[in-house]
Design a protein around this ligand. Structure first.
Ligand code: GRF
Length: 191
């Protein structure tokens, strides 16, 4: 099973996947980011499919074509998002149906989207968490594979809360990916 991890940020989730010795053959980044250094120090192949346009005119289909060409060229079977900042287009979802995994810093279906941690704080909820799920074209939808709750404390900031959530993600995401690999290899339904 050849796995590609897609990252845009600090790469701490990526580091956890690498530390868990998941067979990651390729890391793709969409912008210069710390995840590149993480990839290089782990001696994993790095592909830079750099996104130059962050405006409303962003050509998502063209970017997704480029991404798909890289995934196909490296014969990737499974995609794991590790803090990837670009929503991939339908062509990727068609080619990798049920083979794109994501971790999201909220208890889905609550707080979808990019500001999940902030929104949980603003809503005044006492508990949030993280969700590992299959990524589908609709953002943060798709079969939920695992979830874990994280308490929100009165003095939490976005940073402190996100860090506590990520500590859980770094534990449950590798474990879920491992389970999914086994299920895919055995031809079992994902759960
Ligand atoms: C994680 O919280 C993940 O849920 C979200 O992006 C964050 C990535 O963290 N999609 P890092 O850049 O790996 O530290």
């Amino acid at each position: 099973m050849r796995i590609a991890a897609l990252a845009s940020g600090t790469g701490t989730i990526l580091e956890a996947l690498i530390a868990a010795e998941l067979p990651i053959s390729l890391v793709i980044v969409d912008r210069p980011c710390t995840a590149m250094a993480v990839t290089k120090s782990a001696k994993i192949e790095l592909a830079e499919v750099i996104r130059t346009d962050f405006s409303v005119n962003f050509d998502r289909d063209r970017y997704s074509d480029e991404l798909l060409a890289v995934l196909h060229a490296r014969e990737i079977d499974l995609i794991v998002m590790a803090g990837f900042g670009t929503i991939v287009g339908n062509i990727i979802h068609l080619a990798y149906k049920n083979r794109i995994l994501n971790t999201h810093p909220s208890l889905l279906p609550a707080f979808k989207g990019w500001h999940a941690v902030d929104e949980a704080l603003l809503a005044g909820v006492k508990v949030t968490g993280c969700t590992v799920h299959i990524a589908s074209l609709e953002v943060d939808e798709g079969l939920i594979l695992d979830q874990e709750a994280v308490s929100i404390f009165a003095d939490d900031t976005k940073e402190s809360l996100h860090e506590r959530i990520k500590a859980v993600e770094r534990r449950i995401y590798p474990a879920t990916i491992r389970r999914v690999i086994t299920q895919l290899e055995n031809g079992e339904p994902l759960s």
